[in-house]
Design a protein around this ligand. Structure first.
Ligand code: SAH
Ligand code: SF4
Length: 365
């Protein structure tokens, strides 16, 4: 039932001979109070609750394990109703203003096969439904609420609705390729932004893609969320090697889509660039990156590779990372070196896929 929009719930209530405002009560209970059982919705009649309980399900995601990093990052291992495992990562005080971020998964595994990413080793088991995507947000909220989590974010007076939130920013940067599960991701964004639900603003949501070019513009037309592009290489031959998606949509096509992406005022596209020692981290790469991105309103996040046993690469020395950043800064790009929050619990970028990682570590020992 978590998949359905308020309008869909209204139709459902009408068909049952109920008043349409019952739909709003139901929607609020599901999307604001995060109920897990229809019987908890006591403003509905017992009869209606019983009927809903027999005919529908509230997609249940079960938190199986929570690992907490020394830096406060919390990785949630979550089970779907059919026994698949997914992961979500809660990053407290992720932004300088103390806002908290949740990194959510859009698929069980991933079909894209990037050679540096642990999730790729899982291959794609299946898409997550919209209910399972937002279900991660609600499950983590329930957990934080049960812990008595206190907000430390500095909220501007102009944003009173942000006050009550425990999770301020959402990033589709967990397991899976969001634009490879377009319809469900779109529905999840619509549900998260619904006024009668969590009422997220699009500027608090970022969808990251490896470059499914056919859906990049579509996302810009259908939503007003931020987009992040995992760029990661500056020649087609290198990108073909580390990101097979590049054989379908190459750098020229990717950059063309980025140039056409509808940006609201003061918005920028985020480009992520994983630095792999000796592969894509040379001065020449930095200069080629400048060439590709020139004229695009953007910021660049450099992510020094997070090593793991499913991938052969190495993280460059900090000096190399700084030199790469320096070239971009000199050419007036906004460039940030991304930290490795949660790397001690396999929660950093590219490390999601606990089972495969554990198997690989056992095999190595
Ligand atoms: N599938 C989407 C969303 C996942 S975002 C995408 O690829 O954009 C995950 C980010 O982590 C991507 O930018 C990816 O390039 C990066 N990443 C993957 N493996 C990594 C690793 N081992 N070290 C650092 N970053 C990694
Ligand atoms: Fe999939 Fe993104 Fe990992 Fe590539 S980096 S395998 S697209 S999750």
């Amino acid at each position: 039932m978590l998949n359905l929009s308020l309008d869909q719930l209204k139709n459902l209530m009408l068909q049952r001979g109920e008043k349409p405002y019952r739909a709003k009560q139901l929607f609020e209970a599901l999307h604001q109070q995060w109920v897990t059982d229809f019987q908890q919705i006591t403003c509905l009649s017992k009869e209606l609750r019983d009927a809903l309980s027999t005919e529908y399900e509230i997609t249940a995601l079960e938190i199986v394990r929570v690992k907490e990093s020394s830096d406060g990052t919390r990785k949630y291992l979550i089970k779907t109703h059919d026994g698949h495992s997914i992961e979500s990562v809660f990053i407290p005080n992720a932004a300088t203003d103390g806002r908290n971020t949740l990194c959510i998964s859009s698929q069980v595994g991933c079909a894209m096969g990037c050679t540096f990413c642990a999730t790729a080793a899982m291959k794609l088991a299946r898409n997550l439904t919209a209910a399972e995507i937002i279900g991660q947000v609600y499950a983590v909220n329930r957990d934080l609420r049960a812990m008595g989590w206190k907000n430390t974010a500095v909220i501007l007076e102009s944003e009173p609705s942000e006050d009550a939130r425990l999770i301020h920013n959402l990033v589709y940067m967990g397991m899976g390729e969001p634009l490879h599960n377009y319809e469900n991701v779109l529905q999840s964004i619509r549900l998260l932004c619904a006024q009668e639900g969590q009422n997220y603003s699009g500027r608090r949501i970022t969808v990251s893609t490896s470059g499914i070019v056919k859906n990049i513009l579509k996302l810009g037309e259908d939503t007003n969320v931020h987009i992040a592009i995992s760029f990661n290489a500056t020649t087609n031959s290198m990108r073909d090697e580390i990101m097979p998606v590049n054989k379908k949509w190459n750098l020229e096509e990717l950059v063309e889509a980025c140039r056409a992406f509808p940006l609201q005022t003061r918005r920028r596209i985020t480009f992520e660039y994983v630095l792999l020692a000796g592969m894509n981290d040379t001065d020449e790469d930095a200069y080629r990156l400048i060439h590709w991105l020139s004229g695009i309103k953007c910021k660049i996040n450099l992510i020094p590779f997070n090593p793991h046993p499913l991938s052969p690469y190495k993280r460059p020395e900090l000096e190399r990372v700084k030199a790469f950043q320096h070239i971009l800064l000199q050419n007036h790009f906004a460039v940030f070196i991304r930290g490795t929050r949660g790397d001690d619990i396999d929660a950093a970028c590219g490390m999601l896929g606990a089972q495969k990682l554990e198997e690989a570590r056992i095999a190595l020992n």
